[in-house]
Design a binder for this molecule. Structure first.
Ligand code: ASP
Ligand code: MG
Length: 410
């Protein structure tokens, strides 16, 4: 049985007309003879609205209850899409994550998928039905409703594609694919025809919003081919797979940016073994993902440690840092929310010297100060002032000629 998984994001199902449009697209795929499993997000900005409602009651609502609340968004959209399929004359059935057997760990609000039970879905597909699954949610081993973190429907879709052995996982959204930079900032940004898992991982990790990072990890681990495309046109989007001969051998794939991070600095930390370990163990213990870390050269046996975290984790991270600053007898903690991170990603960096130097000059030529730097073999990231982020993205994009076509590897 040929199975295709199609995922539609919130903007693709923002209102009834768009839900009907999704139903038509799904029916076109079904007409070609493929079995279709559809994963959808909550309508429009429903999830944001639900988060706001919770915040009106509490600054730190219990995460179990957050999951109970947020999971309702997707339950609405799957039922509506199923009805729209029926109206078009197709057999379809909607399921929550729990019903379909998406089993996760118990890390509420950022649960990880442990297992997908495909029996129920296969049974329905066998009968000729279109299966519609609520994205972003699952059920933990102790029977709690969990969610997979913002943007988690992408991960649901890829996980289902892996479990079902689907031919392709199509991710439909309001953008045409993966671009060399955010087209809303750089009008000359170009759509990439192909990109490898490893490059897409770095792009997603550094702020490209098209795909949730976890979904790309999942796709790479299970070899799921992803096609990111627009739900409003029939055009080909961007294919994500293992890198192969046919891919454009670009030195640089793109420039990404992230404005949803904040910097926490713990100053005058005693410079002795075990201090960083204790601080970051405390953060990890509360499930906080730390991104960049820098530690200054020590003066008088004291040093400053700065790290960045997602803004959603900031209040927790600040609270833990305050506590640790006390325990470690450090000078204090400062939080800075006015930062942004701009990154350059490309597999060609490995063999091409001078890429970092060119990126730093692009920033320097525009009077942009670099506050933190981190690199991997195929990525360079700089933390800068938030107000400079657009200028920085445009400058780097232009410096590497990404608007003029692909810079090929020699
Ligand atoms: N509705 C969830 C969110 O807004 C999940 C998703 O759209 O992927 O984050
Ligand atoms: Mg998304």
């Amino acid at each position: 049985m040929n199975i295709i998984v199609q995922k539609f994001g919130g903007t693709s199902v923002a209102d009834i007309e768009r839900i009907k449009n999704v139903a038509r697209r799904v029916s076109e795929t079904r007409e070609k003879g493929d079995h279709v499993v559809v994963v959808i997000s909550a309508l429009g900005d429903t999830t944001d609205q639900l988060v706001r409602l919770a915040r009106e009651i509490s600054d730190s609502p219990r995460e179990r209850e957050m999951d109970m609340l947020l999971a309702t968004g997707e339950q609405i959209s799957v039922a509506l899409l199923s009805m729209a399929m029926h109206e078009l004359g197709y057999e379809a059935i909607s399921f929550t994550g729990a019903q379909v057997g998406i089993v996760t760990d118990s890390a509420h609000t950022k649960a990880k998928i442990l297992d997908v039970k495909v029996g129920r879905m296969l049974e329905e597909l066998d009968k000729g039905s279109i299966v519609i699954v609520a994205g972003f949610q699952g059920v933990s081993l102790d029977d709690q409703i969990t969610t997979l973190g913002r943007g988690g429907s992408d991960t649901t879709a890829v996980a289902l594609a892996a479990a079902l052995g689907a031919d392709v996982c199509e991710i439909f959204s309001d953008v045409d694919g993966v671009f060399t930079a955010d087209p809303r900032i750089v009008s000359e940004a170009r759509k990439l025809a192909h990109i490898s898992y490893e490059e897409m991982l770095e792009m997603a990790a550094t702020g490209a919003k098209v795909l949730q990072l976890r979904s790309v990890e999942f796709a790479r681990n299970y070899g799921v081919v992803i096609h990111v495309r627009s739900s409003f046109s029939q055009e080909e989007g961007t294919w994500i797979s293992e890198s192969d001969e046919r891919m454009e051998k670009a030195i640089i794939s793109g420039v990404t940016h992230e404005t949803e991070e904040a910097k926490v600095t713990i100053f005058e930390v005693p410079d002795r073994p075990g201090v960083a370990a204790r601080l970051f163990q405390a953060l990890a213990g509360e499930n906080i993902n730390v991104d960049m870390i820098i530690q200054n050269v020590s003066e008088d046996q004291k040093t400053d440690i700065s790290f960045t975290v997602g803004q959603e984790d900031l209040s927790k991270a600040a609270r833990i840092s305050e506590r640790m600053a006390g325990e470690l007898e450090a000078g204090g903690v400062v939080v800075d929310e006015e930062i942004a991170k701009v990154s350059l990603v490309g597999a060609g960096m490995r063999t091409h010297p001078g890429v970092a130097a060119d990126m730093f000059s692009a920033l320097a030529e525009n009077g942009i100060n670099i506050e933190m730097i981190s690199t991997s073999t195929i990525k360079i990231s700089c933390v800068i002032r938030a107000e400079d982020v657009k200028k920085a993205v445009r400058a780097i994009h232009a410096k590497f000629g990404l608007d003029k076509g692909v810079v090929m590897r020699s």
